[in-house]
Write a protein that binds this ligand. Sequence first.
Ligand SMILES: Cc1cc2nc3c(=O)[nH]c(=O)nc-3n(C[C@H](O)[C@H](O)[C@H](O)COP(=O)(O)O)c2cc1C
Length: 142
Amino acid sequence: MAQTISDAHILVSMTYASRANPDVSAKDFNEILQQAQENNTANGITGMLTFNKDYFLQTIEGPRAQINRLLYALIADQRHHDLQLIETRELKHREWSEWSMNYASPTKENAAIYLKYSTTINFNPYLLSAEAARGLMSELSN
Ligand SMILES: Cc1cc2nc3c(=O)[nH]c(=O)nc-3n(C[C@H](O)[C@H](O)[C@H](O)COP(=O)(O)O)c2cc1C
């Protein structure tokens, strides 16, 4: 119990890549975003999600205990699979404090940002280093 209470005072950030399940539609993407924004507001979680029809790349940040709880839910979520952690770290302060869950998808306008951090033409978050994932997410939100 004491452990849980002290964990709540440590801010952590977790970034992962996952593969969208093939039957996930545009409507599902909207539902995921809405669910994330509602839950995160209630749970003190903030972050950034970027996705195309094949992949997700997400950073979640908040109290360590809550982030670990969300990780279990994400692993069990049938809308994606092959969740691979790219980075977990402690934070001095949040980087997405203004967003319950910010988001971006590849468009013509932001194509150069995706390409800037990739070796491939198409967005594939499994190929990103932690540093590249951080740079990409940060520039996409500008
Ligand atoms: C790519 C992806 C990102 C998600 N991001 C979040 C999130 O940021 N916060 C959240 O609470 N749930 C998120 N979810 C949903 C969780 O996996 C899970 O369904 C949800 O937390 C369960 O919420 P409930 O207990 O209110 O039903 C995400 C799901 C997917 C597939």
